[in-house]
Design a binder for this molecule. Structure first.
Ligand SMILES: NC(=O)c1ccc[n+]([C@@H]2O[C@H](COP(=O)([O-])OP(=O)(O)OC[C@H]3O[C@@H](n4cnc5c(N)ncnc54)[C@H](O)[C@@H]3O)[C@@H](O)[C@H]2O)c1
Length: 349
């Protein structure tokens, strides 16, 4: 599966290293064995290690012109080395889109590179807050006929005009904002649902997130889109949003590197008005948490493109914080049913 990537940050380091990590592991296992940390070994006939990075874009001079393998280990990236044998990819990072005097530069070059590389999917993975860039890369993707996966909170798939344009062109558009593998949003929503299921009343709740990667540094200044997206994720659950405080980046703590820490608090009212208090600390490798979901989103996008299924695909909805059309079921059964729908269509091809 031919993948182009925009923004060679920690997410891409986790993805590229992970593909080789699982390739080595899969070689030692039977074809039907499960892989640790992977939801589905195959989606639409595509295995995790079928992914090949064929083009990459960035704007950091230290990354441009380097082989993708070197670029993912270039600071400020600080995702750990997984120890997998990642060879040189034979793909040099190209200069990405820039904004100069209000004008987007580099559109023709990015479209040409997408076509030259015969990419099937473009993964948009830039720092949060660059709405202009998300829109501009979407235009490149559409013109080149390459499926787009937006793993950031920028509004792309939720924009009705953009979605219609992708639909009409038969090009898949998957977004917006991936819901991390075991991220704060999904844990928070599950706790709030548990409260409701057991018949307790929510009094107040908050989530604080902090970490030591560029994402957390950036979110201190540009957290608006992420805050909204996290609220969208919680709005898919049962609780009143005005009882919940969300802080996307409560701090950048350098020595945490790519680890993210989330503190969750829930205050509730039980029998006779007596209080129930719950505090939970979640600590994860932040970009593994992204890559574990990206691997499914890009395979859904590629499978959909191969069968000319343009626009959004319901199979992706449970894996996103802000899918188009608002609310989607996030229960495992709903997710599996949607995925089965996609797989059935692929099988029928
Ligand atoms: N668990 C997670 O890590 C998670 C979950 C959901 C969403 N996200 C989102 O994914 C995105 C990427 O995260 P990351 O940790 O890899 O970020 P990162 O900061 O490590 O990487 C971003 C990369 O984009 C590059 N870039 C900046 N402007 C560019 C441009 N115009 N064209 C091309 N490249 C450009 C930067 O130089 C950098 O290499 C963020 O928006 C983040 O909020 C992450």
């Amino acid at each position: 599966m031919r993948l182009a990537v925009a923004g060679i940050g920690n997410n891409i380091s986790a993805l590229l290293q992970g593909v080789y990590f699982y390739r080595e592991l899969a070689a030692r296992l039977g074809p039907d064995d499960g892989l640790p940390g992977i939801r589905r070994r195959y989606i639409g006939g595509l295995a995790v290690d079928d992914v090949a990075l064929v083009a990459g874009f960035d704007v950091l001079p230290a990354k441009i012109g380097r082989d993708l393998r070197e670029a993912v280990f270039t600071p400020p990236n600080n995702y750990p080395n997984l120890g997998a044998d990642v060879p040189a990819q034979g793909v040099k990072v190209a200069g990405g889109l820039t904004l100069e005097d209000g004008e987007v530069r580099g559109h023709a070059e990015v479209v040409a590179e997408l076509r030259r590389s015969k990419a099937e999917v473009l993964l948009y993975s830039l720092p949060t807050g660059l709405q202009w860039a998300a829109e501009a890369y979407a235009r490149c993707s559409l013109e080149a006929g390459v499926a787009l996966v937006n793993c950031t909170p920028e509004i792309v798939a939720r924009d009705p005009q953009t979605l219609a344009a992708f639909e009409n062109a038969g090009v898949p558009l998957i977004g917006d904002d991936l819901a991390s593998h075991l991220g704060t949003s999904v844990v928070h929503r599950t706790l709030l649902r548990l409260l409701q299921d057991r018949g307790l009343t929510l009094a107040s709740s908050y989530q604080l997130n902090f970490g030591g990667n560029e994402d957390f540094r950036n979110l201190l200044q540009n957290g608006g889109a992420k805050l909204q997206s996290k609220k969208n994720a919680l709005a898919q659950g049962p609780a009143e949003l005005d009882l919940i405080e969300v802080v996307p980046s409560a701090g950048y703590i350098r020595h945490l590197k790519d680890n993210k820490v989330a503190i969750l608090n829930v205050e509730a009212i039980g029998w006779g008005g007596t209080p129930v208090s719950l505090d939970l600390k979640l600590k994860v490798q932040d970009s593994s948490n992204a890559a574990g979901v990206i691997i499914d989103l890009i395979r859904i996008a590629a499978a959909a493109r191969r069968q000319e299924f343009g626009g959004f695909n319901a199979a992706a909805a449970p894996l996103l914080k802000s899918p188009p059309f608002g609310h989607w079921p996030d229960e495992a059964a709903g997710a599996e049913a949607a995925l089965e729908g996609l797989l059935t269509r692929v099988a029928a091809e």
